[in-house]
Design a protein around this ligand. Sequence first.
Ligand code: ACO
Length: 375
Amino acid sequence: MIIITKGVAQLTEIKKGLQDVIALETRISCIDGEKGILKYRNFDINELVNLSYDSVSYLLLNGDIPNNTELDDFSSKLKNEREINENLIQTIKTCNFNIEAMDALRTAVSHMSHCDLDLNDISHDANIRKAIKLIARFPTIVASFSRIKTGYNPLSPDYNLSHGANFLYMLSGEKPDELEAKVMEKDLILTAEHELNASTFSSRVTASTLSDLHSAIISGLDTLKGPLHGGARMAVMNMLDEVSSSNDAEQYVMDLIQNNQKIMGFGHRVYKTYDPRSNIYKDLAKKLAENKGDSTLYNIAERIEDTVIQELVEKQNKPIYPNADFYSGVIYKYLGLHPKLATSVFAIGRVSGWIAHCLEQYSDNRLIRPRARSI
Ligand code: ACO
């Protein structure tokens, strides 16, 4: 909190990590962390998850759910921009293939900015044109990186498939079954937006300097990568690899707790109860397990969750519930995604939210510039 006295800033209370600090007003989403409610533009996430990613993306950018004509128009614009050109593929090929797809995605967005004739134009129209390209091409970039990394040629997008289904197709070359396609689409919707999380804040800070949209998105990518934020999804997948059965899961969690280590995919700065996305993810993970006729992984995850609730919530009275990264990590394993893709798949969903926040920031800008107390 800052009190200005005769032009001199006096810092009063410091909230470490800016916990609970209200930094700005937004119409894009709201969270009730006590009740476990999440809304994008006043629509509950439990309703939105039944729409398409294109609809939700439109909602975030434009403020309302599209009618059929608006949706057709928006979807066809996105589909027409899915393809990436040979130059961008060559840039992706220069990436070190031991890295996560996130690092390649950042390089690719930087490449896209060099090719953008409107690069420094931050008008609404220019930003919407850029938004369509960014949202449309994130899946193609990640899938191309993955295919090149595993010795295959990148695939062209399939225009008949949804945003999520096309991503799975471009990864493997096989069309996903109905459930897999639905789950991927829902994952992208659940990931699309989450108020003033760390990566969105980064994007808005960059936009507030009146830097360009690509730069703001690169800030978001770099912040999302960390294991306390979107990188937790990869950490969850790695954790699941270390536990071979649900019988081992309890001891695994107990060892982490005894060693004062965090259990990845649990805890949240805002939710003090179940994250509403986590409940949806859990249900989807169960459906995938049943569809595949193998619930081993799901049972391990559920045992991890039960042990965390028993040990941290019930015995230690800490609000450490599964967050959106826990059961999404389970889902990615059922979908056959490599852990090094996990955070970039998160970014494929979140880019719409970042852009919506940047548009909001540009539309009523003031430089975001807090103070520090010198010690
Ligand atoms: N496992 C065990 N203990 C935990 C966990 C966890 N996952 N998360 C928090 N705690 C404990 C801390 O040890 C601390 O205990 P103490 O008071 O006895 O020292 C207390 O809960 C508060 O933890 P902080 O880290 O201070 O809480 P903060 O609000 O800063 O952290 C965060 C939130 C970063 C998400 C944290 O819960 C965490 O590190 N979780 C694991 C990483 C993760 O899953 N990140 C994804 C977040 S969701 C997202 O970005 C999509």
